[in-house]
Write a protein that binds this ligand. Structure first.
Ligand SMILES: [Zn+2]
Length: 492
């Protein structure tokens, strides 16, 4: 075989082929150009139409983008005969896709929202939320994703048990309480005249964090007093207080939390406590503390921001978003603002600040309680005093924080010693003033639900309980891993 033969023959074929390719290409390019002109004109017409119909959509450039995509699509399908249909069909498709994508996003957001409710054991709320969906295809039953999520919630809900199976009655729940937490141990335990009192009645930030972690690990779940003893309508239509039906996963244990005297009194200045509750940069309540040089700093210096953060990290620590009850007196204002003094230059400003902080706290799951105006022993004081003191609280504090029906007795001392039904004028007056839940103090859980009110005692978790009566807290914690190493030994 000659090498040249092999070279020459294909050359001739190639040049013939090349000529044909050129011709075909010219034809194709001409066709392309013509159809492209057509499409451009057509799209521009449509664009003008749409601009007139939907000027808003065009503002965000959405329509222009769609039109660009359309041109690309047109070029891919240039051999189709019906140019008009070519333009219309993808437009419809894109509209449908837009709607489908938008609805898909809506459903994903709704499911995420429902998941958050379910993490707080609000399965009914989660299911109701998903069932409220309406899309272009109809209600939730037209969407598989929603139906699957609802089925999932219903399955989990069916595994829940009353009170987590840990109790047979709400009267067995623990209600624990604290005072303001010590944020700076060195200042609180500096051996000045009030450091002994702090050792007895206060808990440090470290101890509080240790306690919450241990409670969480043991299955405890925060609940609201209003949920454990709500108003129940009887068959005959009368309304009475009754045991709430709280369903939780097996092993969970509901408990109530409260904090007394959230007033940041003057006597605590310079002793290592927060100075007031403020609204942080994220719009959530946080604490302010005054440093030695007089500068102010925001941070986790007391129960509110510490517990908020803990529940954010452990949403299953809170049933239906419950946090705790903040009990306020009135003689030095509220929440660290001296709203009791009309001569103060910041009187109006402080009142507005308390209103804003209280609103943020309530939105955050916190509740308020009256701790009386003057923090006096309400059993010892005569009826007239109770009336005067309560009215003053209702006039000065209630308008700032909103209505509450919880009364937390100062020193934990009840208005009456009776274990039956309250039968004093004091009770009649307090009930008429709007109070339905009454809280004293006792070492063990105790609760009484009467038709017209609820009484629940609370367990102190302070230095006295930890150092003097550690056996009383055995069911809740391992105190060896709770007590702050910086706390002094029992010194009273
Ligand atoms: Zn108190």
């Amino acid at each position: 075989m000659n090498k040249n033969d092999n070279k020459d023959k294909p050359k001739k074929i190639k040049s013939n082929k090349f000529a044909w390719i050129i011709i075909i290409e010219i034809v194709v390019i001409s066709l392309l150009f013509i159809s492209y002109r057509y499409i451009i004109l057509d799209v521009k017409d449509k664009e003008n139409e749409q601009t007139q119909e939907n000027p808003q959509e065009n503002e965000d450039g959405k329509n222009t983008e769609d039109s660009d995509n359309q041109i690309d699509d047109e070029n891919d399908n240039k051999n189709d005969d019906d140019e008009e249909a070519e333009v219309e069909e993808p437009q419809d498709q894109i509209d449908h896709e837009d709607v489908a994508n938008k609805e898909d996003k809506e459903q994903q957001d709704l499911i995420a929202q429902a998941n958050r409710l379910a993490l707080g054991y609000d399965y009914d709320g989660a299911i109701e939320l998903l069932k409220s969906y309406e899309g272009s295809n109809g209600d939730y039953t037209s969407y598989e994703k929603l139906k699957t999520a609802i089925e999932g919630f219903e399955t989990t809900k069916s595994t829940l048990v009353l009170y987590g199976g840990s109790y047979t009655s709400v009267a067995q729940f623990s209600h624990i309480f604290f005072h303001s937490l010590i944020a700076d141990n060195a200042k609180a335990f500096d051996e000045d005249y009030d450091s002994k009192g702090y050792n007895m009645y206060m808990t440090t930030v470290t101890e509080f964090k240790n306690m919450m972690q241990q409670l969480y690990d043991a299955g405890y779940v925060l609940v609201s007093m209003h949920d454990i003893a709500p108003i129940i309508t009887k068959e005959d239509g009368t309304q009475v207080y009754g045991e709430g039906k709280i369903y939780l996963p097996e092993g969970k244990k509901p408990f109530v939390l409260s904090q007394d005297d959230v007033n940041y009194y003057d006597y605590m200045d310079g002793d290592g406590f927060a100075s007031r509750i403020v609204i942080g940069e994220d719009g959530k309540p946080t604490c302010e503390m005054i440093l030695e040089d007089g500068s102010k700093v925001n941070g986790d210096f007391d129960m509110v921001p510490i517990l908020d953060k803990f529940v954010d990290e452990h949403p299953d620590f809170s049933y239906h978003g419950a946090k705790g009850i903040l009990a306020l007196t009135g003689y030095e204002g509220a929440l660290g603002y001296r709203t009791d003094d009309p001569t103060s230059s910041t009187f109006e400003q402080d009142k507005e600040a308390v209103k804003a902080v209280a609103k943020a706290l309530i939105e955050d799951g916190w509740e308020f309680a009256c701790h009386t105006w003057g923090h006096k022993n309400m059993q010892e004081k005569p009826y007239e005093f109770v009336v005067r003191d309560t009215n003053r609280w209702l006039e000065e504090v209630a308008p700032l924080i909103g209505p509450t029906d919880i009364l937390i007795f100062p020193y934990g001392i009840d208005i009456e010693t009776t274990l039956g039904h309250y039968n004093s004028d004091k009770y009649t007056f307090l009930k008429k003033s709007g109070f339905n839940y009454y809280c004293g103090v006792y070492k063990d859980p105790w609760m009484q639900i009467k038709d017209d009110y609820v009484r629940m005692t609370r367990r102190p978790l302070d230095g006295q309980a930890m150092l003097q009566f550690p056996e009383r807290l055995k069911d809740l914690f391992d105190l060896n891993t709770v007590i702050d190493p910086e706390r002094p030994a029992k010194n009273w």
